[in-house]
Design a protein around this ligand. Structure first.
Ligand code: HEM
Length: 363
């Protein structure tokens, strides 16, 4: 490593002159006294945007690591570490809402009207993060599909539209899971072994329901119907037609093949070769969960600040945001994986030859 040739000075290195001269409340231009809380409002938003920049820095590096045709096992550690960093930043971002809530709704009214029609809709970095994680236009709630694009200038709109056309982390994840080796080997078909294990497990459950003496006939029938529903959900991963049907219904977004890869990783996560892929899936779930929690906290804060007033960006305000909390998810399929897990005791044993092969690098 080379030595620095000119001495480094804290303020210059961080460009604090530019940075600390970027907070300019507008309320002073319109009224005798500047609204005291406008400074907090600006700084909290700027802090968000700075952290969004760091999240994008990490996300783009994770995307390019995923882009390798054969995602090398050596990259897993780096990807997990960066996803974890994103997740830690998110936790901080969620806490920042509490700082903004020290501003009361009446204090907010001292300057809110001067901000029209600016809105969080126009946070390009936030939208970039959403799109890069996998929230493309077709997955947004109806109001959101076009509305926020209509509120952007031409340059920002074009930039985000370009991004919509690029593979997202969801797409890359799906490709990676579809490439999962070991699902079908000459001497072991995971799908067949899993199907048998599931059918034995469900048969066992049925025997329990039929054998329990204290159940009334009505309760027994009720439980059998529930079991039938579970059976149908399991069938979707084996039967293409049922899977397509449930996909149209919005139950799955991921392909059947990718889902099977994710189930395999989850079931055999104690095998050394799958410990890191499993952690990677867990981190994606953490990120989705933390995002959802931010949406929810932001929604509740907006309710507190605005009541039922509409937003400066023209949405219905907290009602619109509440809907995005439920709908705008990235990795729902990973959350739903738990449906397809079977107890460790029912897990088909992997042949020794396969275990040996798994000790090698997975391509
Ligand atoms: C007084 C505080 C805040 C209020 C009253 C508020 C209000 C709103 C409202 C009503 C919307 C819906 C769009 C609209 O009609 O304008 C919205 C969206 C948004 N806000 Fe806030 N907000 C506040 C603070 C923040 C902060 C601190 C951030 C951090 C960056 C933020 C980021 C966003 C983002 C990214 C959206 C778009 C969300 C989406 O489309 O899913 N907001 N906000």
């Amino acid at each position: 490593m080379q030595k620095n040739t000119s001495p480094c000075y804290y303020g210059e290195y961080l460009q604090l002159d530019k940075f600390l001269d970027s907070q300019h409340p507008v309320s002073g231009q319109y009224q005798a006294h500047e609204a005291h809380d406008e400074m907090l409002f600006i700084i909290v938003h700027q802090a968000y945007e700075l952290w969004f920049k760091q999240i994008l820095h990490e996300l783009n590096s994770v995307l390019s690591a995923f882009h390798q045709p054969n995602l090398d096992a050596n990259n897993y550690g780096k990807i997990i570490q960066r996803l974890n960093r994103i997740n830690e930043i998110q936790k901080l971002l969620n806490q920042q809402i509490g700082i903004l809530e020290t501003m009361t709704p009446l204090d907010f009214l001292d300057f809110r009207d001067y901000l029209v029609p600016a809105s969080g809709f126009q946070s390009i970095q936030f939208k970039e993060i959403e799109i890069l994680l996998g929230l493309k236009m077709e997955y947004r709630i109806n109001f959101d599909k076009k509305s926020f694009y209509n509120r952007l200038n031409d340059q920002d709109r074009e930039h985000l539209m370009n991004l919509e056309g690029q593979p997202s982390l969801f797409d890359r994840l799906q490709e990676w899971l579809e490439r999962m080796p070991f699902l079908d080997q000459a001497n072991f078909s995971f799908v067949e072994a899993y199907k048998t294990a599931v059918s034995e497990m469900l048969q066992h459950d049925l025997e329990i329901i039929e054998g329990v003496e204290y159940l009334s006939e009505k309760d027994r029938e009720f439980q059998k119907k529930d079991l039938e529903k579970t059976k149908q959900t399991f069938e979707a991963v084996f039967d293409n037609e049922t899977f397509d049907h449930l996909t149209k219904d919005g139950q799955f977004r991921m392909s059947q093949k990718a889902l099977m890869g994710a189930i395999f990783i989850n079931l055999y996560r104690d095998e050394p070769a799958f410990q890191q892929p499993y952690l990677l899936l867990e981190k994606l779930i953490d990120i989705d969960e933390e995002f959802t929690q931010w949406r929810y906290r932001h929604t509740v804060m907006v309710h507190r600040m605005l009541g039922t007033k509409i937003g400066t960006g023209g949405s219905s305000g907290h009602d619109y945001l509440r809907q995005t909390t439920q709908n705008n998810r990235f990795f729902k399929d990973l959350f739903n994986l738990s449906t397809f897990l079977i107890p460790r005791s029912s897990l088909p044993a992997l042949p020794e030859s396969l275990k040996k092969a798994m000790g090698l690098r997975s391509e």
